[in-house]
Design a protein around this ligand. Structure first.
Ligand code: DLL
Length: 433
């Protein structure tokens, strides 16, 4: 039997959802216009006033927001309440220009937790469950989001955070974890480690909630087999709150977007034109209940398809497909957002030229990142020790910038193939989309 955390809203009629969205959108546009100078200017430039927005049919009149706007307005320019009303920030890794810093009031956190609670209940979670959260805690939204959702459900929450696989497995077996929350690649790795140790019959897991990075149906099958569970997808982004913007139900054919909080549109990434339902394009969100950091028409850069086909789970909220790619060059490696420009900044700061290649792969279910960099003729050396020292220096600088390990291979000048058009900087051998 299907269970819901908030059945009255998760299964509301289309008319009820639209009515709620209309009312909340009008209020939100007014809130943003009155309190966010940055967005007010954008609306003024486009010649739109809050009075022009009477319902969701007028949404297309509003200007888009992009990551560049977040950079321009960093750090406080998009905050819509007095800072004294904010209780939390969450953030992504990266340099100032690429880092996302999102703000929350206590009310925002409560609603975010409810979104995550919906996801937990959708996979069968109840207050009898032991929810094992192995997403990172701290600035990353994964740990705090699922932790808050688990509390709302009333489950026993294990705030494991990421890493230390031995300890993860020990807690899992000793405390009888029943629902695992982590990135799909870590789930696959845990599955492998549990089987290698011959401990599969000692774990009580029944379901997993996996997201923050792309994963394929094959990977789903592998994880389900190795851990003996059902594996569900969850999607979200820091800008819009974190995990729980959408989540999978028992049908496992896409993720229901929490439409009482987020209005979704699909646009043509090149023209910005809104596309009809069922067409593939870039996902755009308007958060209609956020108080502190209410983004209107935020371009996610995630490419996907929306569907309003009736779902057998009884939920009525629109479903999004798994993201099928990005309309920018962001990579997600080990759940961490990596922009080639961050890597380039490190290389240029260390005196290298922009002749490099980023090679991403997945080995034993774990992402690997390698940066091949040409030495300049001045720094070229065939002393193995000297090269090793230089490589180590870059590994450290990249770790400081990205927060994850990247293998560095220095190569002789002019060995990286030059391109006549756009340089081919990224070779992604994972083929996730
Ligand atoms: O990854 C939030 C999250 C945490 C989602 C835990 C799910 C679970 P960011 O670090 O801001 O936030 O990265 C957001 O990650 O725009 C997508 O490109 C990608 N992403 C998130 N979930 C999925 C997913 C968190 N289920 C960016 N499938 C998004 C594919 C995903 N990509």
């Amino acid at each position: 039997m299907e269970h819901y955390f908030q059945p009255e809203i998760e299964c509301a009629s289309r008319e009820q959802i639209i009515e709620l969205q209309n009312e909340r959108l009008v209020k939100q546009v007014r809130h943003v216009y009155d309190n966010v100078e940055y967005y007010r200017k954008k609306m003024d430039e486009k010649g739109v006033t809050p009075e022009d927005i009477k319902s969701i049919d007028d949404l297309h009149k509003l200007p888009f927001l992009t990551k560049d706007d977040l950079r321009d307005a960093y750090p406080y320019g998009l905050v819509a309440v007095p800072l004294s009303d904010c209780v939390r920030i969450q953030s992504t890794s990266g340099t100032t220009g690429r880092r996302v810093v999102a703000f929350y009031t206590q009310h925002d956190i409560d609603l975010w937790d409810e979104c995550c609670a919906r996801a937990i209940v959708a996979v069968g979670g109840t207050k009898e469950d032991v929810v094992h959260v192995s997403y990172g805690y701290g600035l990353f939204t994964g740990g705090p989001g699922l932790n808050g959702g688990s509390h709302k459900v009333g489950s026993l929450t294990l705030p494991m955070s990421s890493g230390n696989t031995d300890r993860q497995i020990q807690f899992m077996t000793d405390l009888g974890s029943t629902i695992l929350c982590c990135t799909p690649s870590y789930a696959a790795y845990l599955g492998e480690s549990i089987n290698e140790r011959g401990l599969k019959d000692q774990i009580k897991l029944k379901a997993g909630i996996f997201g923050a990075e792309a994963w394929t149906q094959e990977m789903r099958r592998d994880i389900e087999k190795s851990l003996g569970i059902k594996a569900y997808d969850i999607y979200g982004l820091t800008e819009i709150s974190g995990p729980g913007v959408s989540f999978e139900c028992s049908e496992q054919t896409g993720m229901h977007i929490n439409e009482d909080h987020f209005i979704a549109e699909i646009i043509d990434p090149n023209t910005g034109e809104v596309l009809p339902e069922g067409e593939k394009g870039e996902l755009v969100f308007t958060s209609i209940t956020k108080e502190a950091f209410p983004l209107l028409r935020y371009r996610t850069r995630d490419i996907c398809v929306l569907s309003r086909k009736k779902c057998s789970c009884g939920r009525t909220h629109v479903k999004m497909s798994k993201p099928m790619g990005r309309s920018d060059d962001m990579l997600i490696v080990k759940g961490v957002n990596v922009f080639p420009s961050q890597i380039e900044t490190v290389l240029l700061n260390k005196g290298y030229a922009a002749n490099y290649q980023i090679i991403v792969d997945r080995v034993n279910n774990s992402d690997t990142l390698e940066v091949q960099v040409e030495m300049t003729p001045e720094m070229f050396s065939d002393s193995v020790t000297e090269v090793a020292v230089k490589e180590k220096e870059l590994v450290n600088a990249l770790k400081a910038m990205l927060g994850i390990y990247a293998k560095v291979k220095l190569v002789a000048p002019k060995t990286i193939a030059r391109s006549e058009g756009k340089a081919v900087r990224i070779i992604d051998n994972r083929h996730l989309y």
